[in-house]
Design a binder for this molecule. Structure first.
Ligand code: NAD
Ligand code: TDX
Length: 340
């Protein structure tokens, strides 16, 4: 089988490529990534050098290029990670989100359909369900929860999901969708909560917590996410949506306190700043469907996963220091400058 992995130079896509390599897959793996600010070839250098993957630099919105890749590599399966993924950036300017997340997904669907591929997997997010109240711990997102988006990012992901499902209903195109909660682990770009707080704490910079820090996310280690995706690609039922989550709800302030404690830093570094616009209150996933149908459950406990993740950032400073010393500085000044 020949697999096309889009967005494999980003956080989850790269972890998926490493996961496939560790499984000693006999499949031919091709990675298509345009290397936006979030894509980093250093992350997957070793896989390219060892010939575990073929890397193609290019944009998923480029139909001619996608056709060429599907033909040249005789692709059977597309696993689609490529996206603009940061909510705060989508609030500043949504255009790249609509272009990549919606139009890019459409290009892949249409090209995949015309090439007769056997499976298209859409990597989606729990954010398409909107949010849950903080005072109703009994409520969880199921696959039946209505789509109800808050940010331009989640609206773009939901639009893509609806297109994917339309291709199944209209053309019987063999799709699956996974909707996962917040991921953490190695190679996450330092604009996201956990790596941002680790990098700031190590530099003794303020840790910017939005609002009161009460918002709740359901954290899952990226490796558990990757294992779930592989199971869905191999054994999931076409036309179906599978929720993926860790039953591991933490408020943002709890996460920040855990990081500070682990690094031996003082809580006086915490700075409460202006809240995110439209900030979703709580995400929590009911992952019982993938458990029952495919036998998946999370294997990495958060208390262990967060310690190994912090260790990874300590052991791999060159990887993220290069990022935070570049254009990230201008991003940080723009997003956080006038916020406190
Ligand atoms: P990321 O921002 O770290 O990486 C995105 C990758 O896609 C980058 O390598 C980038 O260069 C590439 N890319 C962006 N636009 C492209 C384009 N037009 N053509 C080709 N490549 C392009 O994102 P991530 O956190 O790894 O997320 C991967 C996927 O998982 C996304 O679809 C996201 O919506 C979904 N997701 C993420 C999380 C999370 O917690 N990070 C949770 C659930 C779902
Ligand atoms: O500086 C910060 N301070 C802060 O309080 C940042 C960057 C975030 N936050 C808060 C906002 C959220 O409540 O932390 C929480 C997590 O924020 P992000 O890391 O930006 O993630 P989130 O907005 O929850 O979205 C993530 O999970 C779902 C991913 O970025 C999405 O791609 C995925 O779909």
């Amino acid at each position: 089988m020949n697999q096309l992995i889009t967005g494999g130079a980003g956080f989850i896509g790269a972890n998926y490529l490493y996961y496939l390599a560790e499984q000693n897959t006999k499949d031919k793996i091709v990675c298509l990534d345009s290397l936006t600010y979030a894509g980093n070839l250093h992350t997957i250098d070793s896989l390219i050098k060892e010939d575990k993957i073929t890397f193609v630099k290019g944009d998923i919105t480029d139909r001619a290029l996608v056709d060429k890749v599907l033909t040249e590599h005789q692709i059977d399966v597309i696993v689609h990670f490529a996206a603009e993924s940061h909510v705060d950036r989508s609030i500043e300017d949504a255009s790249a989100f609509l272009n990549t997340n919606i139009l890019g997904t459409h290009v892949l669907l249409e090209a995949g359909r015309q090439h007769g591929i056997s499976r298209f997997h859409q990597v989606s997010t729990d954010e398409v369900y909107g949010d849950l109240p903080l005072d109703r711990p009994d409520l969880l997102f199921t696959e039946e929860t209505p789509i109800h988006t808050s940010s331009p990012y989640s609206a773009s992901k939901a639009s893509a999901d609806l297109l994917v499902l339309a291709y199944f209903r209209t053309f019987r195109f063999p799709v699956t969708i996974s909707r996962c909660s917040n991921n953490y682990g190695p190679y996450q770009f330092p604009e996201k909560l956990i790596p941002l707080m680790i990098a700031n704490a190590l530099a003794d910079k303020k840790l910017p917590v939005y609002g009161k820090g009460e918002n709740v996310r359901d954290w899952l280690h990226v490796r558990d996410h990757c294992r779930a995706i592989a199971m869905i690609v191999n054994d999931g039922k076409v036309g179906e949506v599978y929720n993926i989550g860790g039953h591991n709800e933490r408020s943002n302030i709890q996460i920040v306190q855990t990081i500070l404690q682990s690094l031996g830093k003082d809580e006086s570094l915490i700075e409460y700043v202006t809240d995110r616009k439209g900030h979703d209150l709580r995400y929590a996933i009911d992952a019982s469907k993938i458990g029952k149908e495919l036998g998946w459950k999370p294997e990495i406990y958060f208390d262990e996963g967060i310690v190994s993740t912090i260790k990874w950032y300590l052991d791999n400073k060159p990887w993220w220091e290069e990022i935070v010393s570049g254009e990230y500085q201008a991003y940080y000044a723009k997003m956080y400058g006038g916020r406190s």
